[in-house]
Every structure is written in structure tokens, then in C-alpha cells.
Design a protein around this ligand. Structure first.
Ligand code: Q9C
Ligand code: ZN
Length: 670
């Protein structure tokens, strides 16, 4: 199952025909540069090219009014003067004789993408379109947008395919108010947007973009706004919001389809956004969404006005959709105070709607909201001259080329266990050096040569992963604890790598190597944990062990992922005991999500008897989407309290675990 790419050169054939400083950044080159980069990097060739079509009147009327459609229909025949007059009725948008045609292609391309994904022709895909869509409203063009491509697509998917729940993730730096308005009372569409806001001083300057706007009537709780009140947001800020707001809610919601308003003006260098997230963050944002909805994800271009940052970000997104492992993200030094304030606000505004947020801190006594009111009342004349400031050109390193290893998944299996399709059975020619070392360290008293052979293969496999010859692996071993010790010690001493060890079930875990931070151990079990030994050893005790799906997913999304990102391992070792009580679905989610770390270098250790889940594990390691878990019920209250207490305690050492700003409270947890 592949990745669709939708593009048609025709959509480059309109442009601004008069002088308008607000619109001059929306240029045809945005599309050509993005498409050329996909060709040059060989990514376009790896995609399934799907032809674009024009959206029909019926398609457009799913979201827009008849009057508006009829008005836009006349624009191809207008004189320049008429076009300027027509344009003047709307905000920050321009018309051109060919824009109606292009707008029909942009919406149609989005629908072709939805068709390709929903019929199973491809797993996921991206549509490179102009004009963008998320600002356009039922009866109004706005913000370079004519028809609301993604909103139309969501309605279309509901109508044509009976899709029950659609998640729209709007990572563009502007608020997609058009999408919000289209679904504000509709609980079948969850709309999430983060956006530059600056207490309503940034375009489109709407009260409706703030965190306390959550949707109306039946749709209450299904609009999520994360307003950024300062510029310069970084990778940590974006990942924090994903881990502590979007992903927990998205998993609870359980969409049948994910649509992304993929604007890249939220990346570094963009003149509109003025944010500082690196282009490779989009590999992570994409990857983290790819295990929802069975992988059915459609990314649709919205904004992005720095041509360099734009094409780099587009390539990162498409390469991730194609299944290549994500690069290790740089500079995860924790969220900013302003980002934490926004996080705190949106979590508290939504705690009554989502059980995963039930324990979120209450709002700090109106501090943030009063700030907004105060600032809104202030004289805004100071901002007027800001437009023409001599903006220094931002520079950032080009994201390194992502080279997928020649072998994706290697398995160490007993001879009687079949090797799943597309995986490679791995056995090493014995390295006497390694064998001797192993004998000395681990198997002194034992003459078990089989065990020794298996362990030395394991070490050889780790070495190939380190050399980027193999991406990930799975081993069925006799003694999971012993195998884990072996790998950890070898990796920490011989390879000088950082290992994130994730244990599911009760087992002996490496203690000695955690002190210097070369290993971070996170252990999930139902045994009342001994106290945490140090920053790098984190026992997580869930009452029902890993058997409770909601509690465990909550732990994975808002504890394990942020810890993993901040620790930034070069290898993830995932081990599980035979009696862990975990179902295949959750296991696949865990395996899938962990591959966002360590460039996808994941090594899974399973007990020999567990050959039954080799296929499910291998499927995740190959990058196939995990199956959806269903709408999650509330996690057991005890588990939620345990996790919350743990997060509170650990956040001093691990900044990505923070969900409130230092002085705006958070002590009044409830
Ligand atoms: N300084 C999209 O990103 N405001 N639209 C421009 C110029 C309008 C953005 C002000 C921005 C519209 C799809
Ligand atoms: Zn934008």
C-alpha cells in the first residue's frame, strides 16, 4: 500500500495582478518549488501519482453557499477592475481570471486523495494545491483561500464512505477559522488547530481562535484551539502539544480518517509565522498521526511562504508518509513558558469533554484570560509599522538526507518459527570475540551453547542497526531479562550509544548502567514499584498492568513519548514478558509510536513462547499502520492518578513532561 501524490501544474497558473502587500507572498513558485524538490529527491517517483479533477458544484456546495459559488463562477470573465472590486469584499485574498479553475482543481485534488485512501488504492497521501482552503468560509473567500478544500473533503468522506469520525489536524500557523465554523456544532469532526495569536493581535484577529472556544451544542469539545501568544515556537513546543493534548484526545476520539491542513508557515524562516520549528519536525508530526485511523491520512497543502523552508518541510512530510524512519529531532530542550501557558489553558478548557484530560490542572485564577482582555483593549497602533521591518533572513541547516537502511526488519527466530513476509531472518556468523565476552559476563556457569549463539546474534544485529545496515529487529529469546542486559551492556560500552529500554511486564531490569544516563529504563508493570532509583530508572505501576487499554495508551502518549523525545536515544529496546497481559492492538500502537525515536532503530525482545505475536510485531516494525483501538473509555481513575503523580514528580528532570507554566499554578491538580 503506497502513498499518493496529487499535483497539477495548472494550479500554478494564477497570480496577484496588482500591488497588495498582504497578498504578495502567495506565489505560484510555492507549488513548483515543492514539486521540484519531491522530484529531485526521488520522493515523487516513489509515490503513486493520482490525477487531479475539478470539484463539481455538488462537492463545493457541501460547504459553501449557492450565492457564493455563483459569484465566484463569474470571476473568469471579469476585467481587472471588476476583479479588484470583487476582491475588496473579502479579507487578505486576491482573485484572478484563472483562480476559479484552480480552486476547483484544489478541492478536486483533495477529493481524489480521499477517494484513493478510502478505497484502499493507497494507504495515505499528500495533495499539493493552490489556492489553499482553510480560511475560506461558507460565503466568503479569505486569507488566500477560495474553497475550503479540507472541509469539503471531510463532508465528502462522511457522505460517500459513511465515515463516522474525521480528525482534522491544522498545523498551519494560521487559525483555519473556515474549518472551525464549518464543523463547530458537529461532533463527527474533531478540529484541532494551533496558531499564532498573540492575544488576538495576529491575523485573522478573531476572538473565536482562543483556547476557550471549544465548539457549540453537540459539537462542544470537538473544536480545539491552541493559540500561540508569542512567536519563536520551537520543536519542543510543537511536540509537547502533540503529546499532552492532540494525541491523547485523538486516540480517545478514534477517527476513521485523518485530514491534515498541512501548512508549513509554522516552520522556521516563514515570514508570516516567525516560528522556529525545524522542517524535520514535520516528519514527527506526520509519523505520530500515522497510527490513527488505520493509517488513513490525507495531507493537503495550506500555507508556507519561505520557499526553502516550504520545500524542505514538504519533503519531510512525504518521506514520512512513504514509511521512511524519521530523523532524530534536534534541540528538544523543553517547551517555552508561553507555550506551557497555552497548553495549560487548552487542557483545562477541555477537561470536561475528554477523560484523558480529566486530571488536567484548573485554569490559573483568570490570569491568562485577563491578559488577553487587557491587551485587546490596548492601542494597537504600535503594530501598524511592524510590517516593513527589516527582517533579518533566518538561517538554519538543511535537514540531513534520510537514508533508509537496506534492510528494514530482521528477525532472530528459532528454526521452527516462520519468518513473516518482507522480513529477513537474521543469524550471524559467530564472532568468537563476542561469544567469549558473553560467556565471561553472562553465562559463566552455563554451558548452554544455543543461548550463547542467540545472544551473539543479538549483539551482531545491534551492531548492524548502529551501522545503519538494518533499521529494526525482533528476537524471540529464552530469557528476555538476560538478553536485555546483554544488549544494554554491549550498547553502552562497546557502541557508546544511548539506549531507551521499555519493559512491559515484570522482569529484572538493568540497574547499574542507568546512573550515567547511558540507559533510560521505563518499566510498566502491575507490581507496586520500588521507589525510583534515579532520573534514568522510571517504574510505572498501572493497577491492571498493561491490560487496560486506555490507561496504558495514556501512559505511552503523555509519559513515554515525551521522555523518549527528551532523552533522544540512538536505540530503543522494547522487551515484554509472556504474562504482560497486553493485547496485540496496543502492542502494535506502542511499537509503531516508538519508531519515531532513534531513527526507527527499535529492537524488540519477546519470550520464546510468544511466537503468536511475531506477525503483529513485525507488521508494526515494517511500518504498517496499527489497527485502531476503538473509542477509548475512561482509564481507571487509580491509573490516571498514578500517572499524574509520576508526571508531576518527574517534570523537574524532564521538561517535556511539563503541562503548566512554572508560576501559573498546576499545584491545584484535581
Ligand atoms: N503580512 C494561509 O496561510 N495575512 N493563509 C497576510 C501579510 C493573510 C494566510 C498578512 C495570511 C493568510 C493559507
Ligand atoms: Zn497559514
Amino acid at each position: 500500500m503506497g502513498t499518493a501524490l496529487l499535483y497539477d501544474e495548472e494550479m500554478t497558473k494564477y497570480k496577484l495582478l496588482w500591488v497588495d502587500p498582504a497578498c504578495k507572498i502567495e506565489v505560484p513558485e510555492r507549488l513548483t518549488v515543492s514539486h521540484e524538490a519531491l522530484i529531485k529527491t526521488g520522493l515523487a517517483d516513489r509515490c503513486v501519482s493520482v490525477p487531479v479533477r475539478e470539484a463539481t458544484d455538488a462537492d463545493i456546495l457541501l460547504v459553501h453557499s449557492e450565492e457564493y459559488l455563483e459569484a465566484v463562477k463569474k470571476t473568469p470573465y471579469m476585467t481587472l477592475e471588476d476583479l479588484m472590486e470583487f476582491t475588496s469584499h473579502y479579507g487578505d485574498v486576491y482573485f484572478h481570471p484563472n483562480i476559479y479553475h484552480c480552486a476547483k482543481l484544489a478541492a478536486g485534488a483533495t477529493l481524489q486523495l480521499v477517494d484513493s485512501v478510502m478505497t484502499g488504492k493507497v494507504r495515505n497521501g499528500m495533495a499539493l494545491v493552490r489556492p489553499p482552503g482553510h480560511h475560506s468560509m461558507r460565503s466568503a473567500a479569505n486569507g488566500f483561500c477560495v474553497f475550503n478544500n479540507v472541509a469539503i473533503a471531510a463532508q465528502y468522506a462522511k457522505q460517500k464512505y459513511g465515515v463516522k469520525r474525521v480528525l482534522i489536524v491544522d498545523w498551519d500557523v494560521h487559525h483555519g477559522q473556515g474549518v472551525q465554523y464549518a464543523f463547530e456544532d458537529d461532533p463527527s469532526v474533531l478540529y484541532f488547530s494551533w496558531h499564532r495569536y498573540e492575544h488576538q493581535k495576529f491575523w485573522p484577529n478573531l476572538r473565536d481562535s482562543d483556547y476557550d472556544i471549544v465548539g457549540k451544542e453537540k459539537g462542544a469539545g470537538f473544536t480545539m484551539n491552541v493559540p500561540w501568544n508569542t512567536v519563536g515556537m520551537k520543536n519542543s513546543d510543537y511536540l509537547s502539544v502533540f503529546c499532552h493534548v492532540l494525541l491523547p484526545v485523538a486516540y480517545e476520539f478514534c477517527p476513521d480518517l485523518v485530514l491534515v491542513c498541512a501548512g508549513f508557515d509554522s516552520a522556521i524562516g516563514d515570514p508570516e509565522g516567525k516560528m522556529c520549528a525545524s522542517p524535520d519536525i514535520f516528519a514527527h508530526l506526520t509519523h505520530l498521526l500515522m497510527n490513527l485511523a488505520g493509517g488513513k491520512l490525507c495531507a493537503v497543502l495550506e500555507g508556507g511562504y519561505n520557499l526553502t523552508s516550504l520545500h524542505q518541510s514538504v519533503c519531510q512530510t512525504v518521506q514520512t508518509l512513504l514509511g521512511d524512519p524519521a530523523p532524530r529531532p534536534a534541540n528538544l530542550d523543553g517547551p517555552s513558558t508561553s507555550a506551557l501557558e497555552s497548553l495549560h489553558c487548552v487542557r483545562s478548557a477541555h477537561k470536561q469533554y475528554w477523560s484523558c484530560l480529566k486530571h488536567a490542572a484548573e485554569l490559573p485564577t483568570s490570569e491568562v484570560s485577563t491578559k488577553r482582555i487587557k491587551l485587546a483593549e490596548e492601542d494597537q497602533s504600535l503594530d501598524k509599522g511592524e510590517e516593513e521591518e527589516s527582517a533579518e533572513e533566518e538561517v538554519w541547516p538543511e535537514p540531513p538526507k534520510r537514508v533508509a537502511p537496506p534492510v528494514r526488519t530482521a528477525l532472530i527466530l528459532p528454526n521452527d518459527v516462520a519468518c513473516p513476509d518482507r522480513c529477513q531472518r537474521f543469524s550471524s556468523s559467530e564472532d568468537t570475540n563476542i561469544v567469549n565476552k558473553l560467556r565471561e559476563k553472562f553465562l559463566k556457569d552455563s554451558a548452554d551453547n544455543d543461548a550463547l549463539t542467540a545472544l551473539s546474534s543479538l549483539i551482531a544485529l545491534v551492531e548492524k542497526m548502529e551501522k545503519n545496515e538494518i533499521c529494526n529487529g525482533l528476537a524471540l529469546v529464552r530469557d528476555v531479562s538476560m538478553a536485555m542486559m546483554c544488549v544494554v551492556q554491549h550498547a553502552a560500552t562497546a557502541l557508546n550509544s544511548r539506549v531507551l529500554v521499555v519493559c512491559v511486564g515484570d522482569m529484572v531490569v538493568p540497574g547499574h548502567s542507568t546512573e550515567d544516563g547511558k540507559t533510560l529504563v521505563v518499566q510498566f508493570s502491575n507490581k507496586e514499584a520500588e521507589d525510583q532509583k534515579c532520573k534514568y530508572h522510571i517504574p510505572v505501576c498501572l493497577k491492571k498492568g498493561s491490560g487496560d487499554v486506555s490507561g496504558f495508551m495514556q501512559a505511552v502518549l503523555s509519559l513515554l513519548l515525551p521522555l523518549g523525545y527528551e532523552y533522544d536515544p540512538s536505540l530503543v529496546l522494547l522487551a515484554r514478558t509472556a504474562d504482560s497481559g497486553m493485547c496485540d492492538g496496543v502492542w502494535q500502537q506502542l511499537t509503531g509510536l516508538l519508531q519515531s525515536l532513534a531513527q526507527g532503530n527499535t529492537l524488540v525482545l519477546l519470550q520464546e513462547g510468544e511466537s503468536g505475536c511475531v506477525d503483529a510485531t513485525a507488521s508494526s516494525l515494517l511500518g504498517e499502520a496499527a489497527r485502531p483501538l476503538g473509542q477509548l473509555p475512561a482509564p481507571p481513575p487509580g491509573d490516571m492518578e498514578t500517572l499524574e503523580r509520576l508526571r508531576q514528580r518527574l517534570q523537574a528532570d524532564w521538561k517535556l513532561l511539563q503541562t503548566t507554566a512554572p508560576d501559573t499554578g498546576g499545584s491545584d491538580e484535581h
